[in-house]
Structure formats: C-alpha cells, structure tokens
Ligand binder design. Structure first.
Ligand SMILES: CC(C)(COP(=O)(O)OP(=O)(O)OC[C@H]1O[C@@H](n2cnc3c(N)ncnc32)[C@H](O)[C@@H]1OP(=O)(O)O)[C@@H](O)C(=O)NCCC(=O)NCCS
Length: 198
C-alpha cells in the first residue's frame, strides 16, 4: 500500500515544489508567477496538492524497499492539479504526479478530488486538452468517462503537436456516485485524508 497522503488546497508555500514537478512533467511548464496568480484567484481557480503525511505509519512496506533518494518524505508535495470552474464548466487546467511516484493511483486521486469539488461547486461538465501522444493521461481521463469531442490543431507551441479536447458530461448525481465508488476503490491502494473537498 502507498503511504498516507493529504489531499489539500495548494498554498503559496507549495509553489517551489509544484514548479519543480511541473518542470519534470511538461515541456512548457508554468512559471512560479502563473501559480501565484492561480493560487490567489480563488473565485475560479481551484488547485489541489498531494502532500506526504508524516508519522510512523506514513511509509508503507513497498516504499521502505525503495532507494532512499526516491522515498517520499513527510511534507513532500508529490502531485498537484488545477481546475477552472466557470459557468458550470470544470476545465482541468493541469495535473501532474512526481515521476518517482507515478502508477500508484495518485493521478487518479487528484482528478477524482478535483471533479468531486467541481460538482459540489456547481460544475455540470468537464473539459480538458491533452497531447495526442499522451496515452497515459488519456487512459486516466477515459477511466473518468471523458470522451474526445474535438481537436485543437498545433495547440502546443514547443513542437506544434495537436491537442485532443476531451469532455465528461454530465457531472450529475449518478456521475457523483461513480466518483465516490472509485474513491472508495482507490482507498484500498492509497491511504489518503481528504481536506480538499470537505
Ligand atoms: C498523467 C499522470 C498525472 C497520471 O498519474 P499517475 O499517478 O501515474 O496515474 P495513476 O497511477 O493514478 O493511474 C490512473 C489511471 O491512469 C492510467 N495510467 C496510469 N499510468 C499508465 C500507464 N503507464 N499506461 C497506461 N495508462 C496508465 C490508467 O488508466 C490508470 O488506471 P488503472 O490504475 O486503473 O490502470 C502522470 O502520468 C503524470 O504526471 N504525467 C505527466 C504530466 C501529464 O502528462 N499530465 C497530463 C496533462 S494533460
């Protein structure tokens, strides 16, 4: 089982760690200033982080066997995501997990948490852009019922790759129940405390 993680809102103090993960995850990362703007723009922007918990039970058996350098440390931010919520549209603006901690359910925890909050705040549908070549992220989005509804030609400025526009709709009470079921299933893999959606 993965270590306990705290799901909470991003603060200004997280930005150094978030920018570091962002640089390892994207070819055109956001600047620290962009994150500062997003964190302080509470009206529409909702940013989440996953922080490693401390305490004796914080590290699971699997992580004890990891090389010391890859072991998550208490207080370490291991992933983050952002959602813009405007007029019923929940736009997933960014999502990333530290490369050392991928494949353990943390990306799913981020996405499910953002969707859960968006629904609570009145989100009716969700959209996002994803690189055509990013099959890993697309698999995560499909798991959360996003479907491709369009293509943005040469959307990415660094290499001119197309973006796929994906949408999950409707974020109704049945969808909300399915999110809860997935979060329940996830809690068997990841021990987490949710202080983001409560
Ligand atoms: C996309 C990303 C956030 C996923 O995070 P993660 O913690 O590795 O993903 P999870 O372990 O939660 O996996 C959730 C689902 O994603 C998909 N997935 C994850 N890793 C995968 C892989 N290597 N191959 C295919 N699908 C994969 C699966 O559908 C998985 O569900 P499953 O566990 O039931 O199979 C992570 O890979 C990342 O940070 N990538 C770099 C940044 C990025 O591309 N962000 C998306 C921008 S649009």
């Amino acid at each position: 089982m993965t270590p306990r993680v705290l799901v909470r809102r991003m603060t200004l103090d997280d930005i150094i760690q978030v920018v570091s993960i962002d640089r390892e995850s994207f070819s055109t990362p956001w600047s620290a200033n962009a994150y500062r703007f997003e964190v302080t723009n509470h009206d529409t922007s909702h940013l989440v982080v996953l922080e490693m918990g401390g305490g004796a039970n914080g590290i699971g058996l699997r992580q004890r066997l990891w090389p010391l350098a890859q072991r998550p440390q208490p207080g370490e931010v291991v992933g983050y995501g952002g959602c813009w919520l405007i007029a019923g549209e929940a736009h997933i603006s960014t999502i990333a997990v530290h490369p050392d901690h991928r494949g353990q359910g943390l990306g799913e925890l981020l996405l499910a948490s953002m969707l859960k909050l968006a629904i609570r705040l009145g989100g009716e549908y969700s959209v996002l852009e994803v690189r055509e070549s990013n099959l890993t992220a697309q698999a995560l989005y499909r798991k959360y019922e996003y479907a491709v509804i369009g293509r943005r030609k040469q959307y990415y400025r660094d290499d001119g790759e197309d973006a796929l526009l994906m949408e999950a709709r409707p974020l109704d009470s049945a969808y909300s129940r399915r999110i809860e079921e997935r979060l329940n299933a996830l809690s068997g893999r990841v021990r987490f405390d949710d202080r983001f959606t409560r």
